[in-house]
Design a protein around this ligand. Structure first.
Ligand SMILES: Nc1nc2c(ncn2[C@@H]2O[C@H](COP(=O)(O)OP(=O)(O)OP(=O)(O)O)[C@@H](O)[C@H]2O)c(=O)[nH]1
Ligand SMILES: [Mg+2]
Length: 201
């Protein structure tokens, strides 16, 4: 498994005006500051997405084009880095505009093959998290969950959390990750690549 290249492609501000390219896409969404952009950077081992300790670093949907080699196949994938939500007290209208942006983006985009929901491993999903996750499930697009910042907790805590959330959301596609020490990188990449190649056939 090898990342051959990874680069910034474009920024989507108005999803309605998006032009499509025929490359499968994996979306990374979740609350602000959970580590979505850091996760992308760690996966591709390059600093392509902007990260910040101040929530709200990512303001629009940024697309990155990745060329990879997996099981002797060379393929392309797009990773899309979403703006986070809910770091301060979110007003209903802020939440609605975020939801409508994702909704438009996802429902009008035939290239999306997977939505990845990112949680900070130390937190418990709240009502807002659950609402969005339920809504993603109903969209019928395959989804994965990644629990980030695992370096901040011990291994048994992480495994317990993975087990609990996997049961709660009825999925085996759930992974422990750390952008800081790289834990979970290979497992997450091979999960994406295996699923993408399988979906192609
Ligand atoms: N220790 C640790 N810190 C992390 C990890 N992932 C991200 N961080 C830190 O968490 C902060 C937020 O990371 P970002 O990647 O910018 O988070 P984001 O989810 O993209 O945030 P928004 O763009 O605001 O939605 C930064 O200070 C990162 O260095 C991790 O796995 N471990
Ligand atoms: Mg970000």
């Amino acid at each position: 498994m090898k990342i051959l290249s990874a680069e910034y492609l474009t920024t989507i501000v108005t999803p309605e005006k998006r032009e499509f390219i025929k490359i499968p896409e994996v979306c990374f969404i979740g609350r602000s500051n959970v580590g979505k952009s850091s996760l992308i950077n760690r996966l591709v081992m390059r600093k392509i997405a902007r990260t910040s300790s101040t929530p709200g670093a990512t303001k629009a949907i940024n697309l990155f084009k990745i060329h990879y080699e997996f099981n002797e196949l060379r393929k392309w994938v797009i990773f899309s880095d979403f703006p986070g939500f809910g770091y301060a007290k979110v007003s209903k209208s802020t939440y609605r505009s975020w939801e409508s942006m994702i909704n438009t983006y996802i429902t009008k985009n035939p290239s999306i093959q997977r939505v990845t929901w990112i949680f900070d491993i130390r937190r418990d999903p709240d009502v807002l998290d659950k609402t969005v996750l339920e809504w993603i499930r109903h969209s019928q697009i395959p989804f994965s969950i990644i629990l980030t910042k695992s370096d901040k907790e011990n291994r048994s805590f992480g495994l317990g959390k993975k087990d609990k959330l996997g049961k709660e959301f009825q999925t085996n596609d759930i992974f422990i990750f750390s952008a800081k020490d790289g834990y979970g990188r290979e497992e997450v990449l091979s999960h994406f690549f295996t699923a993408l190649i399988k979906q192609e056939i």
